[in-house]
Write a protein that binds this ligand. Structure first.
Ligand code: SAH
Ligand code: SF4
Ligand code: F3S
Length: 462
C-alpha cells in the first residue's frame, strides 16, 4: 500500500513559495473532464507555491500539458504539440516543460527523452509533487513521479477554478472495472472515493462563490462508496441536492451494470438533479459486450433505460459507442444500430476501436480493418445525427428553463445557455431602450424553442 506522506514540511514549502513568487505557469488540458478538474488541482497546488497563472504559453516560465491516453490519436496529438513547444524552448532556454496525466503515467520515463524537451513527467496520483519537481527542473534536473496510490483523492486541495458558473468536482479517482479495451485502470489506478461530507462542503462553497452548476465526476460514479460512513452515490447525490437546493447538479459517468433503482429514484426525487444521464453502452451485441468485460447484457441495459424512462419520462440520454472492436462482425454492428434505434439517444460519442498496449484486448488482436471500422463509424454517426435531429425537432414549441452561460461563440448578439437535459439553447440577447438586460450570466430564464439542428436548439425568451 502506498500511503501518501507530505513531501515537504511547512517552512520548506514557504521557502519555495517565496522563491517562485511571480513565476508564470501555463497549463494545457487534454482528455476528459477528470483531467480538466485535475489541472485545476495542479494549479491550486502551484498557486499555493507562489505561481501566477497565465493563458499565454509565450509568457510562461513553466508549461504543463495534462495528457490523455485513451486512444492512439489522443497521444499523437500530444507528440505533435511537443514539436511546437520546441520553439518556445528555443526562445526561452530556461522554460520548463512537463507532462502530466494519463499518457505520462502510461509512457513514464520514455517521455523524458522526447525531443530533448520534457523536464518532468508526473502521473495522476503525484500532483502534490509538481512544485518540487518543477523546482528541480529549474535547477536543471529532469524528474519523474508516476507512483499510483490507493488513497490519494486530493480531498484537502482547493482546485483553482477559472471564474464561471459551472464547476467540476471529482468525487472519486481510478477505476476497477477493467473493461478489456480500456487504459484507464492502468493510468489512474484503483478506485477510491472522497468522503461524502467533504464533497458536500465543496459543493456548498461553490454555491457561496457564485457557481450555479456542479458536475460530480468519476469514471464510474455508481460505485462511489464513502468507506467510513458506507454512503453510496445515491446518498451523495441526495445530500448535495438537499444542501444546495438551487444548484443544478449533474454527474458523469455511469456504468450500466451499477445503475441502481435507488439512484434512479433519487434523481427523480430532486428537481435540482439534472435529468440527463450519460450511460455508455459501447456495443449492442452481447457477444462483444462479453469480450469487452462490460458485465451487462443488452437486455439488462434496456431494462435500466426502461426504468429511467418510467421514473423520468423527459430524461435525456447519451452514450459512448466503440466500433470495430476485435472480432466485431457485420451482424454485431447491425445489433448496435438496432439498439441505437430502440433507445433513441439524444446524443452519442462514437469512436473507432484503438488497441491499447497492456490491456486484455491488446492480446485479442485488432482484426477489423480500418476501412471497415470507419465505414461502420460513419454509419452510426449518420444514424445518431438523424435521431438527434428528430428529437430536437420534437422540442420545437416547448419552453425550457435555461441556465444562461453568456454570449454564443458564433455571434455575440446571441447568447447561449443549457437546459437541465444538457441541450445548448441559443437565443437573442434582448436589451431594453437603456441597452440593459434584465438577466445576467448564471440566471435561469424561460426560452421557447422555435427551431433546431441536431446539436442545438434556437429560441426566444418568454
Ligand atoms: N468510464 C467511462 C468511460 C471513460 S473513457 C465508462 O466506462 O463509460 C470514454 C470512452 O472512450 C469510453 O466510454 C469508450 O467508449 C471510449 N474508449 C475507451 N477506450 C477506448 C479504446 N481503446 N478505443 C476506442 N474507444 C475507447
Ligand atoms: Fe475504462 Fe471501463 Fe473503467 Fe470506463 S468503466 S474507465 S471504460 S475500465
Ligand atoms: Fe483520457 Fe485519462 Fe480521461 S486516458 S479520458 S484523460 S482518464
Amino acid at each position: 500500500m502506498n500511503i501518501e506522506i507530505p513531501i515537504l514540511n511547512e517552512s520548506q514549502e514557504q521557502a519555495i513559495a517565496e522563491q517562485q513568487l511571480g513565476r508564470k505557469l501555463y497549463v494545457e488540458t487534454y482528455g476528459c473532464q477528470m483531467n480538466v478538474n485535475d489541472s485545476e488541482i495542479v494549479q491550486g497546488v502551484m498557486h499555493k507555491h507562489g505561481y501566477e497563472m497565465t493563458e499565454k504559453p509565450d509568457d510562461a516560465d513553466v508549461i504543463l500539458l495534462n495528457t490523455c491516453a485513451i486512444r492512439d490519436n489522443a497521444e499523437r496529438k500530444i507528440h505533435e504539440r511537443l514539436t511546437h513547444l520546441k520553439y518556445y524552448k528555443k526562445r526561452n532556454k530556461d522554460l520548463v516543460v512537463g507532462l502530466l496525466g494519463c499518457m505520462a503515467e502510461r509512457l513514464r520515463g520514455d517521455l523524458l527523452g522526447e525531443k530533448n524537451l520534457v523536464d518532468l513527467v508526473v502521473g495522476p496520483d503525484e500532483y502534490r509533487r509538481v512544485p518540487e519537481l518543477v523546482e528541480n527542473a529549474l535547477a536543471g534536473d529532469q524528474g519523474i513521479a508516476v507512483k499510483l496510490s490507493r488513497v490519494e483523492t486530493y480531498d484537502d486541495i482547493i482546485p483553482l477554478r477559472t471564474e464561471g458558473i459551472a464547476a467540476w468536482v471529482s468525487i472519486m479517482r481510478g477505476c476497477d472495472k477493467f473493461c478489456t479495451f480500456c487504459v484507464v485502470p492502468f493510468t489512474r489506478g484503483r478506485e477510491r472515493s472522497r468522503a461524502l461530507d467533504s464533497v458536500v462542503d465543496e459543493v456548498r462553497q461553490l454555491w457561496d462563490n457564485g457557481f450555479k452548476e456542479v458536475t460530480l465526476l468519476g469514471q464510474n460514479v455508481n460505485s462511489y462508496n464513502d468507506e467510513e460512513s458506507g454512503y453510496d452515490f445515491a446518498d451523495l447525490l441526495a445530500a448535495c441536492a438537499k444542501a444546495v437546493p438551487a444548484m443544478r447538479i449533474r454527474y458523469t459517468t455511469s456504468h450500466p451494470y451499477d445503475m441502481s433503482d435507488k439512484l434512479i429514484e433519487t434523481m427523480a426525487t430532486y428537481d435540482n438533479i439534472c435529468k440527463y444521464i450519460h450511460l455508455p453502452v459501447q456495443s449492442g451485441s452481447d457477444r462483444i459486450l462479453k469480450l469487452m468485460n462490460r458485465h451487462y447484457s443488452v437486455e439488462h441495459y434496456l431494462e435500466r433505460i426502461a426504468k429511467i424512462r418510467e421514473y423520468m419520462p423527459n430524461c435525456a440520454l447519451s452514450t459512448d459507442i466503440i466500433v470495430g472492436f476485435c472480432t466485431e462482425t457485420d451482424e454485431d454492428h447491425a445489433l448496435t444500430m438496432e439498439l441505437m434505434k430502440q433507445v433513441r439517444y439524444d446524443g452519442a460519442y462514437m469512436f473507432n476501436y484503438s488497441p491499447r498496449e497492456n490491456t486484455k484486448a491488446w492480446k485479442m488482436g485488432d482484426d477489423v480493418p480500418l476501412d471497415i471500422k470507419t465505414a461502420r463509424l460513419n454509419e452510426i454517426i449518420a444514424l445518431q445525427n438523424k435521431i438527434s435531429d428528430e428529437i430536437n425537432k420534437s422540442e420545437i414549441g416547448k419552453t425550457f428553463s435555461v441556465l444562461v452561460e453568456g454570449p454564443s461563440k458564433r455571434n455575440p448578439q446571441e447568447w447561449q445557455g443549457r437546459t437541465d437535459t444538457n441541450k445548448v439553447v441559443i437565443f437573442p440577447h434582448d436589451l431594453d431602450e437603456q441597452q440593459q438586460s434584465d438577466y445576467v450570466i448564471g440566471d435561469c430564464i424561460n426560452v421557447i424553442v422555435q427551431r433546431s439542428s441536431s446539436a442545438t436548439l434556437f429560441g426566444v425568451r418568454v
